[in-house]
Write a protein of this length. Structure first.
Length: 485
């Protein structure tokens, strides 16, 4: 065989737009473009759609969400997408008394959004109110226009917290809040990113609470249900098991090299986490700002562990199943994740940040025993004997390598945000929840980012058509997908 012949004979797909990633961002971008009559192909490395959402029907018949799972009333884009495809939701269970388990054995039961009294409460409430006030100054569309932008981005969240208080219990509360939302330690994350994130959600309480907030409701058929419905509507435009290895930009468009051949398009949308971009070779190389942004955007560290029981026994005891645990437990937060009909009981335990790193290094039996011990502390002795037990350690997942989202380290926004956050690079456009201005880091943010990227692409395509009317450029022709419109 002539050298190079194998490369030349690889199958070629030609389309107007190639979307890399079939999570909510990529699927939304493809849906928007397809609705507008733009021929689009979606390339997904894994064997499923949904990205950082993943539901599984367990042998018990219970469906569990291993990834992102909640939707709140102000998450309008996700709710609209779900409504379009008839994906139902139900309220998160929160009836009964919640529990705090402290490092010294103290147990604090409470009703409502938060305990009225308890270790560190006054200082915690003062500092979170301050975070809300500072977040109110953030420009979520042009973050670099925020007053005191460089000052905030020059500090870690931990540095800020410790400059405000010496109350160790308040600091423990603040640390668990950071771990729970960003799956990172306060020492790792930029204070500005915390403020930006709070602003994008509409306030600190929106991030933390359940009813009418981010954890308000769940999807009856799993949080990846709307994603699966979009993929079904897109049909064979979605290609699974097709990792993109290289992207080359040229005068005619973009060429994407995959394990199954080449894809040629006028433009591409990259709808993958910043860390996943490292796995793609670019020609020409990405600008320094984009590479710097990626370097300052590590993926969070989190595991979700589900324990399934014959019934939600804690409800009969007057407990909500919601607990926060401080101290040596690997688990930071517990929720009642039972199905809507309540015929089985499910507790979900979250392992975050440094706790995850230590816990994931244990053997499977030790991991299970430590989580069940935490569930016993949260829900009582019956929690020691689940009928089913399953773990999802997100840093060990091949294509996502973490969750729920990337966070930004100190200096990342000031050093690289203006050109690196979501500024197009030639014919490449960026989507993904990390690029959202509203509900950044959430499924809703992924949806809005897909909408924004699709609008950018449509505008660019329209501008090219006006500038150069006539047939498409050689190699950038409509594909066989025309038959579906």
């Amino acid at each position: 065989m002539v050298v190079g012949m194998e490369q030349r004979e690889r199958p070629v797909v030609e389309t107007r737009v190639a979307v890399v990633g079939a999570g909510y961002a990529g699927l939304t971008a493809a849906l928007e473009l397809t609705d507008a009559g733009v021929d689009t192909v979606v390339l997904e490395a894994s064997d499923r759609v949904g990205g950082r959402t993943l539901s599984e029907l367990r042998p018990s018949g219970v469906r569990v969400d291993h990834g992102g799972q909640w939707v709140g009333p102000t998450q309008h884009r996700l709710r609209a997408l779900a409504a379009r495809f008839g994906c139902a939701t139900f309220p998160t269970w929160e009836t009964g008394r919640h529990l705090e388990v402290w490092h010294d054995g103290t147990r604090v039961g409470y009703a409502g959004a938060a305990p009225a009294t308890g270790p560190g409460i006054p200082e915690y409430e003062r500092i979170t109110a301050l975070l809300d006030r500072l977040a109110g100054t953030v420009d979520v569309d042009s973050p670099w226009q925020t007053p005191r932008f460089a000052e905030f981005d020059g500090h870690s969240a931990e540095g800020f917290f410790r400059s405000e208080t010496g109350d160790e219990d308040a600091l423990r509360r603040l640390a668990l809040a950071v771990q729970g939302v960003w799956c990172a330690e306060p020492s790792e994350i930029s204070l500005f990113h915390v403020l930006f994130y709070i602003a994008s959600a509409g306030g600190y309480e929106q991030l933390m609470e359940t009813r009418d907030c981010a954890q308000d409701s769940r999807f009856t058929e799993g949080a990846d249900g709307p994603a699966r419905a979009v993929a079904a509507a897109l049909g064979d435009r979605v290609r699974l098991g097709v990792p993109v290895r290289a992207i080359r930009q040229c005068a005619a468009g973009v060429e994407l090299s995959t394990d199954r051949g080449l894809v040629r398009a006028e433009r591409a949308v990259l709808a993958v986490p910043p860390t996943a971009v490292h796995r793609i070779a670019f020609d020409p190389v990405l600008p320094a700002a984009r590479r710097g942004w990626i370097g300052h955007s590590p993926m969070g560290r989190v595991a979700k562990v589900h324990a399934v029981y014959r019934r939600p026994f804690w409800r009969a005891a007057g407990s909500s199943g919601i607990a926060t645990l401080y101290g040596d437990h690997p688990v930071g937060v517990v929720f009642d994740n039972s199905p809507e009909d309540g015929r089985h009981g499910v507790l979900v335990a979250f392992v975050y940040g440094d706790r995850l790193t230590r816990w994931a290094a244990l053997d499977p039996d030790a991991r299970r025993a430590s989580v069940l011990a935490a569930l016993v502390a949260a829900a009582g002795p019956e929690a020691a004997e689940p009928d089913d037990y399953t773990e999802k350690v997100w840093p060990q997942q091949e294509w996502t390598t973490g969750g729920y989202e990337c966070f930004v380290t100190p200096g990342g926004w000031t050093g690289h945000g203006r050109q690196g956050w979501r500024e197009p690079v030639g014919r490449l456009h960026w989507a993904g929840t990390e690029t959202a201005s509203v509900w950044n880091g959430y499924i809703d943010g992924a949806v809005s980012s897909g909408e924004r990227a699709a609008a950018e692409v449509a505008e660019a395509l329209a501008a090219r058509a006006v500038a150069a009317p006539g047939p498409a450029a050689p190699g950038i022709m409509s594909s066989r997908h025309e038959q579906h419109r």
